[in-house]
Design a protein around this ligand. Structure first.
Ligand code: ATP
Ligand code: MG
Length: 407
C-alpha cells in the first residue's frame, strides 16, 4: 500500500486540442505549490493527477492545503493505492475505515451536530465503486456489495445506509486501486498562466484582491499596480497591500507588484481641478499609468475591482469616462456583484481580514464631498488639460518601485 494524493480537474477536459497545454500548466503550478515539501513524483493519467511522495514523513495535510489553492483543481483526496486484487482491496479497506472512524473529524462533527451516525455509536456508510479497469473480474455494484458486507463484518461500529450515509467509502479500480473516504473541494477554474497576463489595480480594499483572484481563476497571470500617496497615506497602507499580494500569490504562483508614487498627481488634480471631478480624474490617471506599466510588462488587459453603482465613481457614466483614458481592455469581474457577495469570496480566499485593516488608501485621503455621478468626458478632458499630466505620469513611472512576491 502506498499513500498518494489524487487530484481532480474539471473544465480543462473540455479544451480539446489545447488540453495538453492546460494539463502541463496545471502540473507546473502543482509542482510549484508543493516546493519545499520534499521530493514527489507527479503523474497525469486519464484526467487525474497522482502525486506520490518520495519519503515516509511527507506532510500530506500541508500538501492538501496548498493544492486546494491551485486554480484549475476541482478536488483533492488523500488515497491509499493498492494492487487491483480483491483480497488486497478488502484488507486495506478495513484498515482504512477503521482508521477513518477512529479519528475525531468530519463524521463525528456531523453526528454531534444532530445528524445521524455516532449518537448510537455507529457510523452509517456506503461503498461507491468506479471500475475503469475492465479486466478486473467483478463489476462495480458487486464490488460495492461484497466490500460493504466485508467491512460490516470486520469493522465494529458500522451500519450500511445508502440513502443518508455519514461517510462514503470510495473505491476506484484502475491499473491500481485507489481507496478514500474524503473528497476535499478546491476552487476549480483554469490553471494560472493559460489566459495571458492581466495588470490588476490593487488598492488596499476588499474588492480589488477579489477581482484579481477571479481573473486568476480564469487562468490569467496577475501582475499588480498600487498607487501610493505618501505621506498622506502611511507606510502601513503600503505594507497592507504587500500582505494582500502575498495572500494572492498563494493562488497566482507569484505576483510582481509595482508601487507607484501618486502624490504629485493627486496634489495637482486637487489644486487645479474642481472638487466634483477629483475622483474621476484620479481614476483616469491611474488607468493611464497602469496601461503603460501593463504594456511594458506584457500584460494585455487591466483589471479593477469596480462594481456598478457601488460609489459615485462606479456609475456607468463614470466608468465610461474612466475607460476612455485607455485603449486596453478593462476587465471588471465584480461588475454585477453585490458587496456581500464580494465579501463572501474575500473570506473564502483569506484576503478579507487584511482588507479591513483601517489604513487609508489614496482614494479616501482626497475625497470630494459631492462627486459627480454623471461626469462628462469633455469636461474631464478640459480639466485634465490644466495639468502637465504627461510629464507627471512619466515621473511616476520612473519612480515606481517593483517587487516580486511569492517566489
Ligand atoms: P477596493 O475595495 O478594491 O479598494 P473600492 O470599492 O474601495 O474598491 P474605489 O476606491 O473606487 O473602490 O476603487 C475602485 C477600483 O480602483 C479598485 O477596485 C481598484 O481596482 C482601483 N484602485 C483604487 N484605489 C487604488 C490604489 N490606491 N491603487 C491601485 N488601484 C486602486
Ligand atoms: Mg478602495
Amino acid at each position: 500500500m502506498k499513500k498518494v494524493i489524487l487530484v481532480r480537474y474539471g473544465e480543462i477536459m473540455l479544451k480539446g486540442l489545447n488540453r495538453p497545454v492546460f494539463e502541463s500548466a496545471l502540473m507546473r503550478n502543482i509542482k510549484h505549490s508543493l516546493s519545499g515539501l520534499g521530493k514527489t513524483a507527479i503523474r497525469c493519467s486519464q484526467a487525474r493527477i497522482y502525486i506520490e511522495p518520495g519519503q515516509d514523513d511527507f506532510d500530506f495535510e500541508g500538501a492538501v492545503s496548498r493544492l486546494t489553492k491551485v486554480l484549475g483543481i476541482v478536488s483533492v483526496s488523500i488515497v491509499w493505492k493498492v494492487a487491483s486484487d480483491f483480497e488486497e482491496i478488502k484488507k486495506y479497506s478495513a484498515e482504512m475505515v477503521r482508521e477513518y472512524i477512529s479519528k475525531p473529524g468530519r463524521i463525528t462533527a456531523k453526528a454531534s451536530a444532530g445528524g445521524p451516525g455516532a449518537s448510537d455509536g455507529t457510523f452509517r456508510f456506503k461503498v461507491e465503486t468506479k471500475r475503469g479497469n475492465k479486466r478486473f473480474p467483478m463489476e462495480s455494484p458487486e464490488i460495492s456489495r461484497q466490500l460493504g458486507g466485508y467491512l460490516l463484518k470486520s469493522v465494529p461500529g458500522l451500519k450500511v445506509d445508502v440513502n443518508d450515509p455519514d461517510f462514503v467509502f470510495f473505491v476506484e479500480v484502475r491499473e491500481h486501486t485507489y481507496l478514500y473516504c474524503d473528497i476535499i473541494p478546491a476552487f476549480g477554474g483554469l490553471p494560472v498562466g493559460t489566459s495571458g497576463k492581466g495588470m490588476l489595480l490593487l488598492s488596499g480594499g476588499i474588492d480589488s484582491p477579489v477581482a484579481g483572484w477571479m481573473m486568476a481563476k480564469r487562468g490569467m497571470e496577475i501582475e499588480a499596480v498600487h498607487f501610493h500617496t505618501y505621506p498622506y497615506t502611511s507606510e502601513r497602507a503600503r505594507d497592507k497591500v504587500i500582505t494582500l499580494a502575498k495572500i494572492m500569490a498563494q493562488y497566482c504562483r507569484r505576483i510582481r507588484l509595482h508601487i507607484v508614487p501618486f502624490t504629485e498627481i493627486q496634489l495637482g488634480i486637487n489644486d487645479r481641478c474642481p472638487q466634483e471631478y477629483l475622483t474621476i480624474l484620479m481614476r483616469r490617471a491611474m488607468m493611464m499609468i497602469s496601461e503603460k506599466i501593463a504594456a511594458q510588462n506584457g500584460a494585455i488587459a487591466l483589471i479593477t475591482g469596480e462594481s456598478l453603482g457601488q460609489v459615485a465613481s462606479q456609475t456607468a457614466e463614470a466608468m465610461a469616462v474612466t475607460n476612455n483614458a485607455v485603449s486596453m481592455p478593462v476587465f471588471r469581474p465584480l461588475i454585477g456583484m453585490d458587496k456581500n457577495e464580494v465579501v463572501e469570496i474575500a473570506r473564502k480566499i483569506d484576503t478579507y481580514e487584511t482588507s479591513i485593516l483601517p489604513y487609508e488608501d489614496c482614494c479616501t485621503v482626497f475625497v470630494a464631498k459631492h462627486p459627480r455621478t454623471k461626469p462628462k468626458l469633455e469636461e474631464a478632458q478640459e480639466y485634465e488639460s490644466r495639468l502637465d499630466l504627461e510629464e507627471m505620469i512619466e515621473r511616476a513611472i520612473r519612480d515606481t518601485e517593483t517587487m516580486t512576491i511569492g517566489d
